[in-house]
Design a protein. Structure first.
Length: 567
């Protein structure tokens, strides 16, 4: 299209993995049929996708991602919880897995408790780590013997042997083989922690993805047929999103955070300094696990986002109703405000978990210096540097389909608390998985479609770090020749249309930092969007008024200023 790659049409169809169809290809064909009708181009020959294209028939390439089977569910283990077990957890999360439990010799559980837990979990596979190459093998072997004694059964039945990946001390491989090979399908890969100063995650991640496709995905009816259609290996959906995030960060030379908030889980992705991390909060979602959000956050943290009074018991009842009727959507404005308040807390909690795990990966993606990891664990530092963050991407129904785009922007600002100058965007049609697998075969096409058709730019957020008394001068922003003074506690929205950029001259008051240091001026290129430029002077860390009356008044002013809700 005019020398550019663009999204032409998109077709959607319900999944057909379950009865009465029990064939994933039926849903694929239904979606392709819709795309064929919308495009007016023949894409199917009966029940076969036409590849390669010939004239005005067919397509050059067919690619696929999949999350059939409920995604990859794993258990990981290591010798020391904060070292090899933590490394194994990062390897599994980065491969697109949901980590059901993390076991270690020092996790506080007795052997019989670990065995009972292993038998109850029924994971898709197990990743075992432990020990440095050449080190003591005793504790590694003990963990292997414990897994063998538990004889855990796979989630998807008895049609295949449970895959176990061992990525620990190479000197323990033969001992582990003797313990586990008879009862499981054992795979040996390079040590996740070959020495005390190195972390090597990539071999384990690649093995996890290969085994997921080989074992778990093949349990989905019709998977073999679908695999025969594709021109590239089918990629797990979370791994494809992560691949696209890494491609964007590398191509643009930026730091990125992405989030996908669903009904049962919330996935957070980040790329800082070229280092990729992913976490999945399996108990934080907007429908099936919405009650967990209330329990983990506490009613007071949800209620603090409401511009009206609501008894905590009424809030609990509404949230439980949502959980038992997960497909319902808000029917009133009050329902919508409550749902978006819950979303803020789900996003906040998932991001806190992400920051706690995205630590220490200095340098290239596969390696980090453990000396630095110890320092960061002790000081609470994380790779996620909000002042260095360039772009936040939101996806999932509550963000992508919010009635007003400024609602999505404010939910992400309140939950993530960006600092300095940060762009905001949403993936309105959840196209990043497809673009992630496309990037593996045609990166330029994936990038052009990503920026032109996938993302909806919301605009830019300017938020200084610091605190002061309400009403004190916070900063001055000069944009397009006009200066705007903003007091601490206030939020200002300026128009900056999508596709436009401008240079903002930012002069913070003494004690506030927008990047260069406290009180230091900064010039920054800001990008427009459907919301525009949001200057958030509520301080970092974000602090809402303590009294309910003052908080309600502040929220009412904020929502009116940004035109968040009607009326």
């Amino acid at each position: 299209m005019d020398g550019e790659y663009r999204l032409s049409v998109r077709g959607e169809a319900p999944t057909t993995v379950e009865a009465p169809f029990e064939d994933v290809t039926r849903g694929v064909l239904n979606a392709v049929q819709e795309a064929q009708e919308l495009r007016g181009r023949e894409l199917l020959d009966g029940e076969r996708i036409l590849t390669p294209q010939s004239g005005d028939r067919g397509v050059d390439t067919y690619l696929s991602t999949s999350s059939a089977g409920g995604g990859l569910q794993m258990m990981v283990s290591g010798v020391v919880k904060t070292m090899t077990a933590e490394s194994a957890q990062r390897a599994a999360l980065g491969a697109g897995a949901i980590v059901m439990d993390v076991m270690a010799t020092n996790d506080g559980r007795k052997p019989h408790e670990r065995i009972a837990r292993l038998r109850a979990l029924r994971p898709d596979m197990i990743l075992m780590a432990g020990g440095t190459d050449g080190g003591d093998v005793k504790h590694v072997v003990e963990m292997a013997e414990l897994v063998a004694a538990a004889a855990p059964r796979p989630r998807l039945g008895h049609s295949y042997r449970l895959p176990i990946i061992f990525a620990g001390n190479r000197d323990a491989q033969e001992h582990v083989r003797k313990s586990l090979e008879a009862g499981a399908e054992l795979h040996l890969v390079e040590n996740i922690r070959p020495d005390m100063n190195t972390e090597n995650l990539m071999p384990a991640r690649l093995e996890i993805q290969d085994l997921f496709m080989l074992h778990v995905m093949q349990q989905a009816p019709g998977y073999d047929k679908l695999s025969s259609w594709t021109d590239s290996p089918i990629m797990p959906t979370p791994a494809a999103v992560g691949s696209m995030m890494q491609t964007v960060a590398r191509r643009e030379g930026i730091n990125v955070v992405g989030v996908d908030i669903g009904g049962a889980t919330t996935d957070v992705f980040s790329v800082f300094g070229g280092v990729f991390n992913r976490t999945v909060s399996a108990n934080l979602g907007m429908s099936y696990s919405v009650s967990n959000v209330l329990v983990d956050a506490g009613p007071e943290n949800v209620l603090r986002w409401l511009p009206f009074s609501l008894p905590s018991q009424v809030l609990s009842d509404r949230i439980r109703n949502k959980m038992i009727r997960p497909t319902t959507i808000p029917q009133t404005l009050e329902d919508l405000i409550i749902e978006q308040a819950i979303a803020r807390e789900a996003l906040r909690l998932a991001f806190e978990q992400h920051k706690s795990l995205a630590v220490g990966l200095k340098g290239i993606q596969q390696q980090r210096t453990i000396d630095q990891a110890f320092e960061q664990t002790l000081t609470g530092e994380t790779l996620v540097d909000m002042m260095a963050l360039d772009l936040i991407i939101g996806s999932g129904g509550v963000l992508s389909h919010a009635p007003r785009r400024q609602q999505s922007a404010l939910m992400m600002i309140d939950a993530f608390m960006p600092e300095g100058v940060t762009r905001l965007a949403v993936d309105s049609i959840f196209m990043m998985p497809q673009l992630g697998v496309l990037a593996a075969v045609h990166e330029e096409a994936a990038m052009q479609v990503f920026w032109r058709d996938c993302l909806i730019p919301l605009g830019t957020c300017i938020a200084p770090r610091g605190s002061a008394k309400p009403g004190d001068r916070c900063l001055t922003v000069e944009l397009n020749g006009t200066a705007h003074d903003i007091a601490f506690g206030d939020v200002l929205r300026l128009e900056l249309p999508e596709g436009r950029t401008a240079t903002a001259r930012i002069a913070p008051a003494r004690g506030f930092d927008v990047g260069p240091g406290r009180g230091e001026k900064r010039e920054a290129l800001v990008h427009g969007g459907v919301v525009g430029l949001i200057i958030d002077c509520r301080g970092r860390p974000l602090s809402l008024p303590a009294s309910a009356e003052a908080r309600t008044a502040a929220l009412t002013r904020l929502y009116r200023c940004l035109d968040i809700y009607p009326g």
